[in-house]
Ligand binder design. Sequence first.
Ligand code: AMP
Length: 115
Amino acid sequence: MGNTIFSKIINREIPAKIIYETDNILAFYDINAQAPTHVLIIPKVEIPTILDFNKNKHSELLVEMFEAAIEIARKEKIDRTGFRLVINCNSEGGQEVYHLHMHILGGRQMNWPPG
Ligand code: AMP
C-alpha cells in the first residue's frame, strides 16, 4: 500500500530522521532543509493532496497534524521566535510528493511573498 517515498518512510523501508510519531502521524526532518529547522509532518494514511481532505474522515487527523506542529516547534525551540507552516498543493503550488504533508520551517527570518 502506498506509492510515494513517504509511504516507504512510514513502512521503514527507507530511513528518515524521525522527530515525532503517534499511531496516526509521523514527522521527520526534510532531507533538503530550507531553514535551520525544516520538518515534514504527514498522516500515516495516504491522502494525495489537501484537495482530498474529507471532513468526515480526516478532521481529527488535521487537528493531530497541528498538534504535532506545535509540539515540534516547542521541541526545536522555534516557538517564541516564530515559524512557518506550509502545505504545497499540485504543480503550481510546488508539490513534489503526492502524500499530504505540512512543512514546518523555522530558525531564520522568513520572507514574504514566498517564492
Ligand atoms: P513538496 O515540494 O511540498 O511536495 O515537499 C516535498 C519535500 O519532501 C521536499 O522538501 C523534499 O526535500 C522532501 N523529501 C523528499 N524525499 C525525502 C526523504 N527521503 N526524506 C526527507 N525528506 C524528503
